[in-house]
Design a protein around this ligand. Structure first.
Ligand code: IPM
Ligand code: MN
Length: 357
């Protein structure tokens, strides 16, 4: 039996999480593995109920589970609160408290969506790379931080990009290990021409690489990488980078696949794991049953693989997604004008019913 903590969150979070739950129930039925789901509030939902974006009880639930699944957090109604009270802080607190430092964002183009990207088909056909984003350090967590008043009408906003040797070592080990299961190429992305924290990053990644001589390592500055991602994304196998750079590059990469609604993620630590779609809470389409649940469903596939080592189950979920897309079913974000436009919940039903081991 596996214990899963579920945080549906805000906006379209509950809508896509519900489709992920359908998939978990289905794989439970056919694989005879028991998945025990417990729920708690996160983000705006938690603020409304408890006046804080995550409670100690919710953190404890997550810590005592075998895996955590999140829908999405955030929304305009909570945007004017101070940083520590915003929905996003709940998510960051959860990541920090579980020390899920390695965020995997696989960028994979399904054959039936090859003509859907805004880029030319030949640029993205067969695209498949992995972003390994450091998730519990860097400027997201560095101190000093804050806004200070200097003089009347003049304030100073400060954040700090900071990385220590152990933080870089552990993410580098993860990146090289994943590369060994892929095409054995790691690109480390930094801004070492300007930032000392990046110079240390590069030095430590280079040192860790000595233990992985069967993997090739190259480096790119983040601005160059952003350009290469739209110029020739197929050159990449594994990209390892900092928290902030990974956040930005993964949204850019998501669009290569046709829609940010397609990208799942796994955040792995040494003891815990969090699974969540890369997309946000999409307030503009909330409550309309039109979100794309595929990122959330593929996040469940990642959970089956990385937390439970149920590789066949993971594969059966991915195959079901692939088949549903190949049959022409599309949510609004990936709709090319075909006749098979479906809602979020119908997409969830279609995928769920195509899962068979
Ligand atoms: C992501 C999101 C989060 C991040 C936000 C919601 C805090 O954009 O997971 O990419 O910046 O990490
Ligand atoms: Mn992001």
């Amino acid at each position: 039996m596996y214990k899963i903590a579920l945080f549906r969150g805000d906006g379209i979070g509950p809508e896509v999480a519900e489709q992920a739950v359908k998939v978990i129930r289905k794989v439970g039925e056919i694989s005879h593995v028991v998945f025990d789901l417990s729920e708690a509030l996160l983000g705006g939902a938690s603020i409304d109920e408890y006046e804080r974006p995550v409670t100690p009880e919710a953190l404890a639930l997550a810590r005592n589970s075998d895996a955590v699944l999140i829908g999405a957090v955030g929304g305009p109604q909570w945007d004017n609160l101070e940083t520590s009270m915003r929905p996003e802080s709940g998510l960051l607190e959860l990541r920090r408290s579980l020390e899920t430092y390695a965020n995997l964002r696989p960028v994979h183009v399904f054959p039936s969506l090859e003509n859907h990207s805004t880029l030319k088909e030949e640029v993205i056909r067969g695209l498949d790379f992995l972003i390994v984003r450091e998730l519990t350090g860097g400027i997201y967590f560095g101190t000093p931080r804050g806004i200070q008043k200097l003089t009347e009408g003049v304030e100073r906003g400060v954040n700090t990009e900071v990385y220590t040797t152990p933080q870089i070592e552990r993410i580098a080990h993860r990146a090289f290990s994943f590369a060994r299961k892929r095409r054995r190429k790691v690109t480390s992305v930094d801004k070492a021409n300007i930032l000392e924290s990046s110079q240390l990053w590069r030095k430590v990644v280079t040192r860790v690489h000595r233990q992985y001589q069967d993997v090739t390592l190259d480096y790119r500055y983040v601005d160059d990488c952003a350009m290469q991602l739209v110029r020739n994304p197929k050159q990449f196998d594994v990209i390892v980078t900092t928290n902030l750079f990974g956040d930005i590059l993964s949204d850019e990469s998501a669009m290569l696949t046709g829609s940010i609604g397609m990208l799942p993620s796994a955040s792995l630590g040494d003891r815990h794991a969090i699974y969540e779609p890369v997309h946000g809470s999409a307030p503009d389409i909330t409550g309309k049953d039109m979100a794309n649940p595929i990122a959330a469903i593929l996040s469940v596939a990642m959970m089956m693989e990385y937390s439970f080592h149920l590789l066949d189950v993971a594969k059966s979920i991915e195959d079901a997604v692939s088949r549903t897309l190949a049959e022409g079913y599309r949510t609004a974000d990936i709709d090319g004008g075909g006749a098979k436009r479906v809602s979020c919940s119908v997409m969830g039903d279609l995928i769920q019913s195509r899962i068979g081991l």
